[in-house]
Design a protein around this ligand. Structure first.
Ligand code: MG
Length: 392
């Protein structure tokens, strides 16, 4: 078995929304296919991957560095000698040849795209779901993948010409879809305005439903602490990314001033950055939430090493709830027993969201049980994948 081609395209995500830091009108995504010479039931076996939202497409790094290294590798060096199947870890190692330590940035995104496709491919070759493959084969796996995963609805962006009524209506829609926790942006307005927006959402939540807020790394230390003191008076699920993602000292100061739950990690692109967060960020392993996103940070091949690091520092995998709202992180959550996965209902289409017919019930979603990640089970995504080659 060997890889015969690796193709990629750049696809826009059109949206007029904004968080405290960026607007998404120019955001795009790389979609990649690993094409093999393996045929199953008359169809060529292809693994697909893409990058998570919040970072841009990576056509340059993929074309000039990552993909040629894999295609130039001797086929035997990419295959698990025991199973004869292509091995995501070996493909990952080939893709990182001649790269120095450090310098993560966009390279981590590009490798994450390839790695998602590698795991999709590996699961298809094994004939099982990627969550079960991860549960069985990864050192971070739990043996048998969870059938359901907790998800929360992330939205509440700042839109031009949308007021508090529209924000409340958006959150009511998420609740009607079965979510029990919703999330909204803060930091794009004044503290007083943000508190009014938060209280407006809290006022429409039924018993048992909760609200998280996300500042997207917008605040300096003083502002983050000012918000922390105000937010502590409110019953929030968590306060997300108050300060710059790499300013661990500032985060530690916020932690000293906030007894509620803090969440962060979506903008850390390697396990080394995650290690520094745990060492120096002042986070508390009994309550805080870690949101590293495999599809932005060297893929699951790296994420399982991050989970091992966390275990070494006394953190439980259940404290991890990855950013991204895509099916791969959902599968990782099921295979590694994570606390849950983010969800963006109706946003970042067609890459956000889950397989057709998957419905959220009381805050949990059931995963598709098909070979691979199940990306083809999403009718809005399937035509994008088909642009890279049909599995027939
Ligand atoms: Mg966030």
């Amino acid at each position: 078995m060997k890889i015969v081609d690796i193709r990629h395209i750049t696809v826009p995500i059109q949206s007029d929304m904004a968080n405290a830091f960026i607007n998404f009108s120019k955001m795009d995504v790389s979609v990649l296919a690993i094409v093999t010479d393996e045929v199953r039931d008359g169809r060529t076996v292809i693994g697909y991957g893409f990058n998570s939202n919040g970072r841009y497409a990576q056509p340059g790094i993929l074309s000039h560095r990552i993909i040629p290294r894999v295609l130039d590798s001797e086929p035997d060096t990419l295959v698990d000698p025991e199973t004869g199947h292509l091995d995501p870890g070996l493909i990952w190692t080939a893709s990182m040849r001649d790269e120095k330590p450090g310098g993560h940035g966009d390279r981590a995104v590009a490798v994450g795209i390839l790695d998602m496709a590698s795991w999709d491919l590996a699961a298809k070759l094994a004939g099982i779901s990627v969550q079960q493959l991860i549960a069985e084969r990864s050192p971070a796996g739990i043996g048998t993948a969870n059938k359901k995963v907790w998800v929360y609805a992330a939205g509440g962006y700042y839109y031009p010409d949308r007021g508090i009524d529209a924000l409340q209506d958006e959150m009511k829609r998420y609740l009607a879809m079965g979510y029990r926790t919703v999330k909204m942006k803060i930091g794009g307005a004044s503290l007083a305005d943000d508190i009014r927006r938060i209280e407006a959402v809290l006022s429409i939540l039924p018993d048992g439903a909760t609200l998280a807020v996300d500042a997207n790394g917008r605040f300096d230390t003083e502002q983050a602490v000012e918000y922390a003191r105000a937010l502590e008076q409110l019953p929030l699920h968590w306060y997300e990314e108050p300060t710059d993602p790499l300013d661990y000292e500032a985060l530690g100061i916020v932690a000293e001033n906030y007894t509620g739950v803090l969440a962060t990690g979506e903008n850390l692109l390697s396990r080394h950055e995650a290690t520094n967060l745990i060492r120096y960020g002042g986070l508390r392993s009994d309550r805080d939430v870690l949101q590293m996103d495999s599809a932005l940070s060297y893929g699951f091949t790296e994420y399982q090493r991050t989970l091992s690091m966390l275990t070494g520092y006394g953190w439980d995998a259940a404290r991890c709830v990855p950013h991204g709202g895509h099916q791969f992180n959902l599968a990782i959550a099921a295979g590694c027993g994570l606390g849950g996965s983010e969800s963006y209902p109706g946003i970042f289409e067609p890459f956000g969201g889950f397989a057709d017919g998957d419905e959220v019930q009381d805050g949990f979603i059931t995963l598709p049980d098909v070979p691979g990640i199940g990306l083809e089970e999403k009718s809005s995504l399937a035509p994008v994948l088909a642009q890279l080659g049909n599995s027939n």
